[in-house]
Ligand binder design. Structure first.
Ligand code: ASP
Ligand code: MG
Length: 464
């Protein structure tokens, strides 16, 4: 069997949902478990409504919820021909919305919004979208069963960022889903949502739908996990910077994890972790262009002697230089530095150290003033704003000599602020001025990819 996960933009309107149905129909013989996100924007609307209610603007919250219901009703009416099915599913959706209104009412009265309530509210997005898809599949004569993910996606009690309890999920998912799958019935369930041991709704954190797909795939021992989104897959570079960017047919899990931080559209590393452990390929595909072959993310991609696979970049980076006030770095210096970032919940991305100084990069500067003040009590601090990170990734960088030399040569007249090569040696990250990022990406792409015409590795963006 396979897992097919569709993100919010894949199910945003009737036309998109119709495309999704065609995609599922094609894969019907592979016994799919379909994992769905809320329709695009629904999760944000729901969470905002909850906050609006908490601030005492109940009417505004209710209006937003009613509009959201209307969007779903329009979707159903345009998608499902069978009038009785439409009426039934509209009734179900109305009931869910009614519960939400009551919840918002309570929140407004108390003026208190807990994470537990946030999860209860957010979960409605996935529940609605999955029920609509399930009804639409049924009305097109496909054998389908809607399954509430909260019956098997058991998590801890950390509402809003709940951690899945893998051992329990393994047992429950098989118990509940396997009989449906083996009766050749398509499972439709929700991403993102789960429940704690007491049956209270939880969520895995924003964007958690991919994580759900990967957890379900791992629990069921799926043949593959398809992540349908609105990009063609993983590219050699951003095509807006380099029009000659190509789509990669295959990359390794490790390369994907290194790239994840950069391409907001590529999967989050923790997403693929359950799949990696079970050696299940994850395929990123574009539901707007279903004939495209996407990018396969696998543990052992075919051998190649191409050292670099992708050049990613990120702008809006701030470099923090911290210099010890003593001559030599004292014992515990790094710990003191990191504890400051920790205290202000600011994540550090790159680090490079010398005997007397440490440079780090951050992209969230919300509490930078406080961080600087605190660091200054034991170190000298300077800041460089408007920087960018180039990230050059490839499994073969490890075993190919001279790649660093080629990178530095291509960037020879650009000032390199920080250089960091991870222990994995499959990634080199370089900080340069933000205004030089485009030029740097173009030059590196030209150097590493333009001489290559390996059609087994790459495919033009947009596919066939
Ligand atoms: N609907 C959820 C969100 O927008 C989960 C997901 O789409 O993956 O965060
Ligand atoms: Mg989403």
């Amino acid at each position: 069997m396979i897992v097919m996960k569709f993100g919010g933009t894949s199910v945003e309107d009737a036309k998109s949902m119709q495309r999704v149905i065609q995609i599922i129909r094609k894969e019907q013989s592979r016994q799919p478990i379909v994992v769905l996100s809320a329709i695009a924007g629904a999760t944000n609307t729901l969470l905002n409504a909850a906050r609006t209610a908490q601030e005492g603007r109940l009417d505004e919250a209710i209006l937003a919820l009613n509009n959201l219901l209307d969007r779903h009703v329009t979707l159903m009416e345009n998608l499902i021909d069978n009038r009785t099915s439409v009426q039934q599913i509209i009734a179900v959706s109305r009931r869910r919305l009614e519960e939400l209104r009551n919840l918002c009412n309570g929140i407004a009265i108390l003026g208190e919004l807990t994470n537990r309530s946030l999860d209860a509210i957010a979960s409605v997005g996935e529940l609605l979208s999955s029920q609509i898809l399930s009804e639409a599949l049924r009305s097109q004569n496909l054998p389908v069963k809607w399954v509430d993910a909260r019956t098997f996606m058991i998590t801890d009690n950390e509402f809003v960022t709940a951690a899945p309890q893998f051992e329990i999920i393994d047992v429950k998912a098989r118990e509940i889903l396997a009989p449906i799958v083996s009766s050749k019935t398509i499972v439709v369930t929700q991403g993102f949502i789960g429940s704690n041991a007491n049956g209270i709704t939880t969520t895995l954190g924003r964007g958690g739908g991919d994580y759900s797909a990967s957890i379900i795939g791992a629990a069921m021992g799926a043949e593959e996990i398809q992540i349908w989104t609105d990009v063609d897959g993983v590219l050699t570079a951003d095509p807006r910077i380099t029009p000659s960017a190509q789509k990669l047919r295959t990359i390794s899990f490790r390369e994907a994890a290194e790239l994840a931080y950069f391409g907001a559209k590529v999967l989050h590393p923790s997403t693929i972790f359950p799949a990696v452990k079970k050696d299940i390929p994850v395929i990123v595909l574009n539901s707007k262009r279903p004939d495209n072959t996407g990018t396969r993310i696998v543990s052992r991609p075919p051998k190649t002697n191409i050292p670099v696979k992708s050049i990613a970049c990120k702008r809006g980076i701030t470099v923090v230089n911290v210099q010890s006030l003593r001559m030599l770095m004292a014992y515990g210096f790094l710990e003191s530095i990191f504890s400051v970032f920790n205290k202000y919940e600011t994540s550090v991305d790159l680090v490079s150290t010398s005997e007397v100084a440490v440079s780090l990069t951050i992209d969230n500067t919300a509490t930078l003033d406080k961080i600087i003040a605190e660091l200054s009590t034991f170190a000298e601090v300077s800041i460089l704003e408007k920087q960018g990170i180039l990230c050059i990734v490839g499994d073969q960088m490890r075993s190919s000599a001279g790649v660093a030399d080629q990178i530095f040569h291509a960037l020879k007249d650009i000032n390199l602020v920080m250089i960091s090569q991870g222990a994995s040696e499959i990634n080199m990250s370089i900080v340069i001025e933000e205004s030089k990022i485009d030029e740097a990406v173009k030059r590196l792409h030209e150097h590493f990819f333009e001489p290559i015409s390996a059609t087994d590795m790459f495919e033009p963006v947009g596919g066939k």
